[in-house]
Design a protein around this ligand. Structure first.
Ligand SMILES: [Zn+2]
Ligand SMILES: [Zn+2]
Length: 259
């Protein structure tokens, strides 16, 4: 499984992009930078997107790809829980924000086809085994375990605050890609906003170790890229990585690896 981080930050700019992770060039986890992080040719290879929730920083690329796919007569399969899919129908493809690309150019071959996923139900999407697991954000959200044909799997948390111990029993990832929105100075406010910090992550990882008996390599996304905060996150994560004796890396735009 080839994994490419298109966006690893909570603020969008030329150099820092909203969350999106591309798997084997054809399926994405979240779509924050699914358009801006890919060439037009690369965009055409994307067949499916799994959305963690409906916040703009995770769906931004859907609207852009909708116009592209409408123009070339292609279809993008978009998956999410009921709340996410309903939000897209009602608030994006509502003819005010965007044309209804779920019915155009024709209802049988639309540019965007929306699919509702049930949580805790193993399904196959584009040859990958997938499982949506509820997480803890300010609106209904899920993380995804994605398992490739070679048996390797990753868990992507989407946006989440603390409390993942219940999730861990459902997944067996070889890699965790998880929210770390800010440094430890954010810790008092992060749970209320549905995000994590190095301090809060430590507890989640200790619980993972407790439940599973191992800790896989970890990659962080959704970081605040602003000056002091970015420096502090890097320092605090370096300490945490040493304390836990586990590889914890800050994700970055263009980061690529194989699992
Ligand atoms: Zn969010
Ligand atoms: Zn977000």
């Amino acid at each position: 499984m080839k994994i490419r981080i298109l966006g690893a930050h909570g603020i969008d700019s030329r150099d820092t992009k909203f969350p999106s992770i591309l798997i084997d060039d054809n399926m994405a986890l979240d779509a924050g930078s699914l358009a801006s992080g890919l060439s037009l040719r690369e965009q055409r290879k994307v067949r499916a997107v799994l959305l963690s929730h409906s916040h703009l920083d995770h769906i931004q690329g859907i609207g852009a790809l909708a116009m592209h796919f409408f123009t070339i007569g292609s279809t993008l399969e978009v998956y999410g829980i009921k709340d996410t899919i309903n939000a897209l129908s009602k608030h994006v493809f509502n003819k005010l924000i965007q044309p209804d690309f779920t019915q155009m150019p024709s209802p049988r071959r639309p540019a965007i086809r929306l699919h509702m996923l049930e949580v805790y139900k193993h399904q196959v999407v584009e040859d990958y085994g997938i499982l949506a697991v509820p997480t803890f954000h300010s609106i209904p959200s899920v993380g995804y375990e994605v398992t490739a044909g070679n048996g390797k799997s990753l868990f992507y948390s989407g946006d989440t605050g603390p409390g993942l111990s219940n999730c861990w029993q459902y997944v067996d990832p070889d890699l965790i890609i998880i929210d770390c929105a800010g440094p430890n100075t954010y810790t008092p406010h992060a749970p209320g906003l549905g995000h994590l910090t190095p301090q809060l992550l430590e507890k989640e990882f200790m619980e993972f170790l407790d439940v599973k008996g191992y800790l896989p390599p970890i990659i962080l996304v959704h970081m605040n890229p602003l000056g002091d905060d970015a420096v502090k996150i890097a320092e605090e994560i370096s300490e945490l990585s040493a304390d836990l004796n586990t590889s914890i890396q800050l994700g970055y735009e263009g980061m690529e690896f194989y699992l």
